[in-house]
Design a protein around this ligand. Sequence first.
Ligand SMILES: CC(=O)N[C@H]1[C@@H](OP(=O)(O)OP(=O)(O)OC[C@H]2O[C@@H](n3ccc(=O)[nH]c3=O)[C@H](O)[C@@H]2O)O[C@H](CO)[C@@H](O)[C@@H]1O[C@H](C)C(=O)N[C@@H](C)C(=O)N[C@H](CCC(=O)O)C(=O)O
Ligand SMILES: Nc1ncnc2c1ncn2[C@@H]1O[C@H](COP(=O)(O)OP(=O)(O)OP(=O)(O)O)[C@@H](O)[C@H]1O
Length: 488
Amino acid sequence: MIMDELLNGITVTKPENHDPLLPITGIQFNSRKIVPGDLFVAIDGFSADGHRFIDQAIANGAIAVVGQQPIAGLEVPYYQTSDSRKALARMASNFYGHPCKKHIMIGVTGTNGKTTTAYLLKHIIEQSGRTCSMIGTVNNIINNQVIKSKNTTPDPLEIQSLLAESLDEVVIMEVSSHGIEQQRIEGIYFDYAIFTNLGNDHLDYHESIEAYFNVKSRLFKRMKKHGTSIIASHNEWGRKLQYKLADSAQEVFTFGNRTDDEMQLINVCTEYFPVIKVRHGKSTQKIQVPLPGMHNVWNTLGALLTVEKMGISIKEAARHLSTFKGVPGRFETFSHPEGATFIVDYAHTEDAIEYCYQTAKRENAERIVHILGFRGKRDSAKRKDIVSLCSDVCSQLILTLDDLNGVPKDRMVDELKKLNNEFADGSAEIIPDRTKAIQHAWDKAKDGDWVFITGKGQETYKQSFKLPTSTDKQTIQFLKTAKHPVSS
Ligand SMILES: CC(=O)N[C@H]1[C@@H](OP(=O)(O)OP(=O)(O)OC[C@H]2O[C@@H](n3ccc(=O)[nH]c3=O)[C@H](O)[C@@H]2O)O[C@H](CO)[C@@H](O)[C@@H]1O[C@H](C)C(=O)N[C@@H](C)C(=O)N[C@H](CCC(=O)O)C(=O)O
Ligand SMILES: Nc1ncnc2c1ncn2[C@@H]1O[C@H](COP(=O)(O)OP(=O)(O)OP(=O)(O)O)[C@@H](O)[C@H]1O
């Protein structure tokens, strides 16, 4: 692509050696990935300043550079802009020919429920005969090819290249607040945008819950001309978003438990897989939710209302739900020989953990046992509330390690001890080795116990632990099949 086409829609100061016809063969924001003919975008990042790597990028073959700082005297044209991340995303969209235009784009945002809602949508849409790509936390699935994800919302180059590669009619994207804040979705416009909820998380990154909400709500400004927003109104932030969008030209529909919701939950029958009565317009229907827990009732309603707006009837969508197989690492259950139930779940917020407990109580759990840890270098403000909640509800709480993300192990163990003393009255056990923590609960489990192992879901361990396993699920399967007691 020639330089002027690449810069289309981006405000830059053009240098004297600007060549409008300069052929650019690729874009990179990492100097180490530059190959001859590429353009390098210098980003002032969280841990490094990309402008420091301009020389390296040029040495590797960059023939033009875009950045934010005033820089003169480079041997290649240097274009200064006010926001390198935004420029990167717009150039990526230009480079790949604005691929969002060829798809029906669905964006899903919210603190919890993005992945689950995305999986539900994909299933219903595919069963109704349309092809569907998905970009999200667990996997990116493009043209039926599964590609392991690195981020919930990838960087702009990856997003635009996935969108360009996709031959599928519909693309569902999980949109994280980091993705919005860092302009990863700049250049993308959505046909449907879904808001699932907002809760205390990522407050290490966003300075307040209001700031976090404001970032999330930016997704709903990125709509195509006839774009439709679908909002969960059962939480206060959903209602705030609804009011915020009231004056916009786009269509806004809500789901919740109020009579003025477009889709209203009338009642829930307390079976493991809830049967719900739902009003939509003037008609009511009974629908079997294919996943346990009240949170999944809301996720299902969000998916149903969205597909209904896409032209799939609720009746047909409800039929497709009956063949839904679940989401990896979300409320996956395993039976224990003594009659206990083990659950692996990705819950890492207070709301999510409460929903887990609610489900166990509804199933008449005799004891709730919980194994959890906290991710290093992630929101530490939420930890005390989570530990208080867990110690209030659980018969047995085991604190263990989650990903350390570079935090020294001893420091994390000290943090767990402190949390235990201050917010659980010292009632929790601390077993740093995650696999030994699970083994301990496995060995002690009794009939009627519900044992939650949360935080990692389907993800592989980033540390090595005692048992020869790399996910919580594998650890349970290992313990299930172990013929002899595993040595400690
Ligand atoms: C903290 C954070 O969010 N970092 C994101 C950010 O990186 P950054 O730009 O700050 O990177 P940096 O390391 O400071 O480097 C600055 C620049 O120098 C460049 N560089 C660096 C070294 C070098 O030798 N040469 C060079 O050119 C880097 O390529 C970069 O362009 O911008 C990058 C491009 O978009 C992201 O890939 C990266 O996400 C990292 C990998 C990440 O994991 N972020 C997490 C927190 C995240 O985004 N999570 C959300 C989900 C949250 C949730 O809901 O749980 C997600 O969407 O995945
Ligand atoms: N609608 C919901 N409300 C509250 N909690 C939920 C909801 N949906 C799912 N959860 C809980 O949150 C966990 C993560 O769910 P899911 O992966 O669908 O959310 P997510 O928004 O994609 O999360 P993340 O951003 O961390 O990847 C689940 O395992 C469950 O415990």
